[in-house]
Design a protein around this ligand. Structure first.
Ligand SMILES: Nc1ncnc2c1ncn2[C@@H]1O[C@H](COP(=O)(O)OP(=O)(O)OP(=O)(O)O)[C@@H](O)[C@H]1O
Ligand SMILES: [Mg+2]
Length: 257
């Protein structure tokens, strides 16, 4: 079966995109699914977490892949990472420049990733794309190639939904080139149902986004620890609340895609 391609997108910075990609990927892989992470963010945070090498040492990252020929794919694809059964196409700082160049040179600037992913669809069950905090071409490439999109929302912040209408409008535009794109829903991170601000954000998210995932992710210092140690949450503490939440998210994603 062809891979489910899930873009994790929100132009609001720091809302939990990378965290969602890394831990959803590791939980899906722990359930024996074949998983590929594609890092489309110049900050390369997902690559720093799950990569074995530093992104600056990688000669073919998503930047070169987007601009170059499809034959670069074999070099771009790294099957060995810090997380078992998760492959990675690294991101790097050069993505910023690549985005400008794509805009000037590519005949269909939003569809370069779609072309490059065609050959990978049969090799993986899930392809997760980490987007940068912007709505420009890199995010458009992710959304144009995806079958599904998750919108992470920082639940503990009263500004968590700021800008979400722009994102939804952008999704509608992308649907003209990718009509199959489905919204899986908003995902509330740092969510605590006992806090009023979280309850408010939940209600607002249902209103504004239209759909939220049943699973919510609690706040936990283990998230930062996992990133520093370059580990999946199940290796840190497999029974922790936050790990269980990502495990539940993986099951929900499997059921809904
Ligand atoms: N549930 C959580 N509990 C505690 N800390 C969290 C949680 N989710 C994310 N964080 C922390 O919040 C910060 C931002 O998260 P993350 O990097 O996933 O956001 P992002 O949307 O990818 O950011 P950017 O827009 O810069 O790419 C990180 O330091 C991360 O470790
Ligand atoms: Mg990120």
């Amino acid at each position: 079966m062809s891979a489910k391609i899930i873009a994790v997108a929100n132009h609001k910075g720091g809302c939990g995109k990378t965290t969602t990609v890394v831990h959803l990927a590791s939980e899906l892989a722990a359930m024996s699914h074949r998983v590929l992470v594609i890092d489309l963010d110049p900050q390369a945070n997902a690559s720093l977490h799950i990569g074995i090498q530093h992104p600056s040492e990688i000669s073919v990252t998503t930047a070169e892949l987007l601009l170059g020929d499809i034959t670069l794919l074999t070099e771009a694809l790294q099957e060995e990472t810090q997380i078992e059964n998760v492959s990675l196409i690294y991101g790097s700082l050069s993505l910023g420049k690549a985005e400008d160049q794509l805009k000037e040179e590519a005949p269909r600037p939003s569809e370069e990733l779609t072309i490059k992913l065609e050959l990978l669809k049969d090799l993986y069950d899930f392809i997760l794309i980490d987007c940068p905090p912007s709505l420009k071409l890199l995010t458009s490439n992710a959304l144009a190639s995806a079958t599904h999109v998750i919108i992470p929302i920082e639940s503990g912040s009263q500004y968590g939904l700021y800008g979400v209408t722009d994102l939804l409008n952008h999704l509608e535009k992308i649907k003209r080139i990718n009509p199959q794109l489905k919204l899986l829903g908003a995902l509330l991170l740092r969510h605590d149902e006992r806090q009023n601000v979280c309850k408010l954000i939940r209600d607002e998210a249902i209103q504004q986004v239209g759909k939220i995932l049943d699973t919510t992710i609690p706040q936990s210092t283990k998230v930062n620890q996992a990133a520093i140690l370059q580990q999946p949450l199940y290796k840190l503490d497999k029974n922790s609340k936050v790990r269980k939440a990502f495990e539940k998210l993986a099951l929900e994603v499997i059921a809904k895609t």
